[in-house]
Design a protein around this ligand. Sequence first.
Ligand code: TYD
Length: 199
Amino acid sequence: MFISFEGTEGVGKTTLIRKLFDHFQQQGKDVVLSREPGGTPLAEQIRSLLLSVNHDEQMSNDTELLLMYAARAQHLQNVILPALAEGKIVLCDRFVDSSFAYQCAGRGLSRDKLQLLNENFVVRMPDITFWLDAPIELGMTRARERGALDRFEQEKLVFFESVRSGFAEIHMRDSQRMKRLDATQTPEQVFADAIDYLK
Ligand code: TYD
């Protein structure tokens, strides 16, 4: 089983993933926890490029998209696919839906570009995707409390509103795979809702 977790900044993805990881482990299941961009040494290096703030040169939107997919290709081939082949449960903090929400809905890149990449490089989609949804202000406050803001977190409110509507659009299109969780609830309640869905 391949489960991904999506949402805007500071909605509590990491907390939910940790709780589910512990839950599956307690059940004696083999479970792998990973994240995107990242998840392998090389993909984590690409992540650093993507998140670091460089005042000398602005990263183009196309470069951003391609780096996301370079990291994803590496992660899929070296971590996700082998783990699934061994019958493990894979929990992934962000996956392709983030590319639609951030690079298409947020940055305004064409869906055709994304489609091309997905068709050619994403050989496995998640079985279930949890979308943790909360008003942007709430998440931004939490993100700010965590410390220095990365290149994405420095974006304005309108950018994140677009990202959020990107997730909402996927949810409408693909409600079989994507489950919306109300992330304004307590972490315990969000976890309980996720477990309900999994049952
Ligand atoms: P992450 O560390 O999960 O952000 P946070 O935990 O702070 O919410 O992800 C890093 C950033 O990368 C996040 O701002 C979203 C962005 N991102 C994309 O823009 N496209 C993608 O395809 C992925 C996977 C992430």
